[in-house]
Design a protein around this ligand. Sequence first.
Ligand SMILES: [Mn+2]
Length: 226
Amino acid sequence: MKRKIFIGDIHGCYTELKKLLKKLDYNSKQDRLISLGDLINKGPASAKVLDFFMSNDLEVVKGNHEDWLYRALTGQCKLYEEAKTILSDSAYSKKEIISWLESLPAYIKEDDFVAVHAGFSPYCKLKENLERDLFTVRYVDKESQELFAKDNGSQKLSPWYEEFAYHKSGKREIIHGHWAKKKVCEYGRIIGLDTGCVYGGYLTAYLFPSKRIVQVPSEQRKQFDY
Ligand SMILES: [Mn+2]
């Protein structure tokens, strides 16, 4: 059986990605690499990370930053500075990047796992989630059952995964990113791998079937506000 390697938010941290793959003794023929999204933006080398995943035809679930780049490249929002840099530094054309972004799934569901960038609603079926929620959700309101990307302070909100674990039984492990924390976020069968590499934390991989965590420290400036 192929080893599955899930990797949390990379955000252009190419050096750390290469170090992590080396530490994992990554072999493209024997391993299946799956990014949980947010390959790009914020960090120093977005185009290199993007090109690595595109050129090796690796699996990526769509993050909010892939969505942002897609909207910028298709004229649905301003072409922000980092998007311009990605266009000038990538080996791929704008057209190729757009069609690759269009091909990204919002989640991957298999017998033993579900991979998603941010999370799911605890109140509906997986396939009934709005795509946008899958790459933005952090909190839920237990009463209104609304999903929120941020704690706006006006409601009593719970992290989506706490409610999800409470409402949904099942065997699949749910592996997500998006919510940068100092440590890997384990809650029942739900595991969060965004350990804030771009903020000076760690880049984290989670392995199947061994269920091992492998990390490399960030080389970015430490920021304490995540
Ligand atoms: Mn994100």
